[in-house]
Design a protein. Structure first.
Length: 255
């Protein structure tokens, strides 16, 4: 029954998955132990919920546009189950915002294979990474998949290699303008500490390890399936795999 329900992407699929996510978020994140909540806290949590919902409208179209998923909506379901399973991660609105912006960057990076407006896509993907770093500093590592994609799809064009640098200059100018306008000269020292976990506690990551094991099994099955069709060198999946590896490193080694 579930297979037939999600075999095609329909509006009702979004309604069902998002309803589950919203209910769990309200129960686990918005609800407070003492029942008291201020306007500022409520605004922050509702903003986090809004951007969490918006991520669902980025993932499914991205996968379908790059032909990484068929007409079904299993990717939507899997992401919804992932969010529900690790809903505590989204207590922090900065993580939610960073996650949303990185997904936009991934969308632009995967779109490089279509060889249209390549320079703009690289610039925008890099801008999203720099914007995300304002919330989670270590997300600057996600510049690596962009350069990997540039090397894959347009290695012979020097200007494409320079686009992330141009993006950084624009980001720096905009940030300095904000700092001058609001007299917030501690922004860089406050947002960029690049801390690492000093002591790794295995038991604290058991749930992540189970999910990671499941993801590795699925990834192997996908590569074997594509290989049998002569598509084993699917570059988009390799880019996504690099994003996955970096994401896992951030989970295990950053606070």
């Amino acid at each position: 029954m579930m297979t037939s329900f999600f075999d095609k992407t329909k509006p009702i699929n979004y309604v069902v998955v998002l309803s589950l996510v919203v209910l769990v978020y309200v129960a686990m994140v918005i609800a407070t132990p003492n029942g008291q909540i201020t306007i500022s806290i409520a605004t922050a949590k509702m903003t986090g919920l809004l951007f969490l919902v918006l991520t669902f409208f980025v993932i499914n179209p991205t996968l379908k546009a790059d032909k990484l998923a068929d007409i079904h909506s299993y990717a939507l379901l899997c992401y919804g189950l992932f969010v529900v399973s690790f809903i505590k991660v989204f207590y922090d609105i900065e993580i939610v915002l960073s996650n949303f912006v990185i997904l936009l960057s991934i969308d632009k990076t995967l779109a490089l294979k279509f060889e249209k407006n390549t320079t703009n896509k690289i610039f925008e993907a890099s801008c999203f990474v720099f914007a995300s770093s304002l919330f989670v500093d270590w997300t600057l590592l996600f510049l690596a998949p962009i350069y990997f994609a540039v090397n894959t799809y347009s290695r012979g064009q020097l200007r494409n290699w320079l686009m992330p640098i141009a993006s950084f200059v624009v980001f720096l100018l905009c940030t300095l303008g904000y700092m001058a306008l609001f007299d917030d000269w501690n922004l860089f020292s406050r947002n960029y500490s690049f801390q690492l976990i000093q002591r790794f506690v295995f038991s604290g990551y058991l749930g992540v390890l189970v999910f990671l094991l499941f993801g590795v099994v699925v990834a192997i099955m996908v590569f074997l399936k594509l290989g049998s069709r002569g598509l084993g060198r699917n570059l988009s999946l390799r880019i996504l795999l690099l994003y996955l590896v970096l994401g896992v490193l951030l989970i295990f080694f950053t606070p």
